[in-house]
Design a protein around this ligand. Structure first.
Ligand SMILES: [Zn+2]
Length: 206
């Protein structure tokens, strides 16, 4: 089992490789491990990330087959099936690090801000269920940053990541037990589409 801090360091180092345009030997060679991975997995980190095509976790952290347990959903929201997926991986595989990975210019955040400014009747019920989960974390920012759209989007992305991370920290008995007794850590991060850098800005020690 890999401790949370060590897992976090692996992700930081992998992201540095990605930013500098190099690939690690291990991630390149990981396809050779496919036969043994068929017998079991031990991912060292769980990533709850956005479905955006520009933010594939395995690539931006330069990891290979079997390294990351990745859950992707527009706006990296936390609904029961996401919590269940994190619980499953943490309990089943002993994975000790969970990263909520948002990103700059997230379309789900932009859609939520748009909906708050100009509510539309035509939005589908399914899309609305995503917007409704993002809305509470970004709504208070509208009054604060109404005049500054760049700051508004930037802060809304981070507020949404913080809320998702806190929902995982406090919204599941299974995860709370693992945090308190087994060293599970939930951190929030933002990937920059512009630079490729992942900023782990919410590494709360609670
Ligand atoms: Zn997104």
């Amino acid at each position: 089992m890999i401790a949370a801090h060590e897992a976090l360091e692996r992700l930081r180092v992998g992201n540095r490789r990605f930013v500098s345009g190099t690939r690690g030997r291990e991630s390149l060679a990981s396809q050779a491990h496919r036969p043994e991975l068929a017998d079991g997995q031990a991912p060292f980190a769980i990533i709850l990330g956005c479905a955006d095509s520009r933010v594939p976790a395995e690539i931006v952290f330069d990891q290979g087959l079997g390294d990351l347990f990745v859950i992707r959903v527009a706006g990296n929201i936390v609904a029961p099936s996401q919590v269940g997926s994190v619980e499953f991986a943490a309990a089943q595989y002993g994975t000790r690090l969970v990263v909520v990975l948002g990103h700059s210019q997230c379309g789900a955040i932009l859609a939520t801000l748009e909906e708050l400014k100009r509510p539309s009747e035509r939005q589908s019920r399914n899309l609305r269920s995503i917007v409704n989960r993002i809305r509470p974390s970004v709504e208070p920012l509208l009054a604060e940053h109404g005049h500054d759209p760049v700051a508004l989007v930037r802060d809304a992305v981070r507020a949404n990541v913080r809320v998702s991370a806190n929902q995982l920290r406090h919204g599941s008995e299974v995860l709370e037990d693992l945090i308190q007794g087994q060293g599970l850590m939930v951190v929030g991060a933002e990937y920059s589409l512009e630079t490729g850098v992942v900023d782990f800005f919410d590494v709360a020690a609670d």
